[in-house]
Design a protein around this ligand. Structure first.
Ligand SMILES: NC(=O)c1ccc[n+]([C@@H]2O[C@H](COP(=O)([O-])OP(=O)(O)OC[C@H]3O[C@@H](n4cnc5c(N)ncnc54)[C@H](OP(=O)(O)O)[C@@H]3O)[C@@H](O)[C@H]2O)c1
Length: 331
């Protein structure tokens, strides 16, 4: 089958993915073999392209967000049949879905109702799972006492789904951040009650609009640079949930207000252990919510065909750090 693959880690300028013939994926007992119809593109995949090389003689196939059709079912799988339309993620330690077919653990896949198109479906799995686990942790709702949530990077793939989830499933007042007119409009369209500019003084903007302190900040972008105001706007015993924190962090700054810090990595359950089935359950609810219109797809750039050129364009958009919604490639 055909797949987009590369051998050595490389920069965008030296973009080196090729459409090559690779062996058919080998199914593990709990796997589905899925014919890929659409893939969502994530900044994390561009990071892996820049930093991960294949073992000698091998190649890397990226891509862990897809929608497609089940063409084979492993012997230990229940709940899926050949012909099912599905959406899912994957496992970053295995070959991904930028290929005609992908072998994927059924615990990170859910059946997709006929009403939802493949491209629309491929725009949501990573955003919704990341947001769900960061906001709700092991529950299906916000922890008690969280009524005001601020989403940093509200126009991105994760921030968009976080805002939609909060408005669809909770009664929280949601503040989103965006720094440009087009991203501000997008955040408002996702349902945010208030939009503030993360390139300005966020604490002052919250004061000026009469919003008191924040119970939970969900920070998806530029978190290290925002920690000062995040700590300022959080109430005592408030929560910071984040997915992109890197570099040294002064934990002492959190203790004055007894703040909690939660980190989230959406692939942890499948790569290092945990309740991976819970991700299939969240995806199944998401598929129902998409079909019922309670959640909306977030495709903003739609590219046709799994080719070097469409993928180069998708990586170029992702590496701007300015994506609104999501780029999707349809096969
Ligand atoms: N840990 C996990 O499980 C996980 C899962 C998914 C993604 N991630 C990571 O989380 C980050 C966000 O992912 P994504 O897919 O949502 O990214 P994205 O779609 O590329 O996010 C783009 C948005 O980020 C905003 N942004 C850019 N710089 C910012 C800054 N300094 N402060 C606040 N907002 C900023 C932009 O808004 P403006 O243009 O309005 O400034 C833009 O709309 C990435 O680093 C990604 O790798 C982690």
């Amino acid at each position: 089958m055909k797949a987009l693959a590369y051998e050595k880690a490389h920069t965008l300028d030296a973009f080196d993915l090729d459409l090559v013939d690779v062996e058919e994926p080998r199914l593990r007992e709990g796997d589905l073999l899925v014919e890929v119809r659409a893939v969502g593109i994530n900044p994390g995949e561009t990071l892996i392209r820049r930093t991960r090389s294949a073992a000698p003689g091998g190649r890397v196939v990226l891509g862990w967000e897809f929608a497609g059709i089940v063409v084979a079912v492993g012997p230990a799988v229940t709940g899926f049949r050949v012909g099912d339309r599905v959406l899912g993620t994957g496992d970053t330690t295995r070959d991904g879905c930028w290929a005609e077919r992908v072998a994927v653990d059924h615990r990170v896949v859910a059946v997709l109702p006929d009403e939802v198109g493949f491209a629309d479906a491929a725009s949501v799995p990573i955003g919704v799972l990341t947001a769900w686990e960061a906001l709700f942790r092991d529950q299906d709702e916000l922890p008690a006492g969280i009524d005001r949530v601020l989403v940093v990077g509200g126009a991105g793939g994760v921030g968009s789904m976080a805002t939609q989830l909060l408005k669809a499933r909770t009664s929280a007042f949601v503040v989103g951040t965006a720094s440009r007119p087009e991203s501000r409009n997008w955040v408002a369209a996702q349902g945010a009650d208030l939009v503030v500019d993360h390139s300005g003084d966020v604490a002052a903007q919250l004061r000026d609009t009469g919003v008191g302190s924040i119970d939970m900040v969900f920070s998806t972008s530029g978190t290290s640079g925002h920690l000062g105001w995040i700590i300022e706007v959080l109430r005592p015993f408030g929560h910071l949930a984040t997915i992109d924190l890197s570099g040294p962090v002064d934990i002492g700054a959190f203790t004055g207000k007894s703040l909690s810090l939660h980190t989230e990595m959406v692939f942890s359950r499948i790569t290092v252990g945990g309740d991976a089935e819970s991700q299939a359950a969240v995806l199944a609810r998401t598929a129902e919510d998409l079909a019922a219109g309670r959640l909306r797809p977030i495709v903003t750039t739609s590219l046709q065909g799994l080719t070097v050129e469409t993928m180069r364009r998708a990586h170029t958009i992702a590496e701007t750090g300015r994506t609104i919604g999501k780029t999707v490639i349809t096969l």
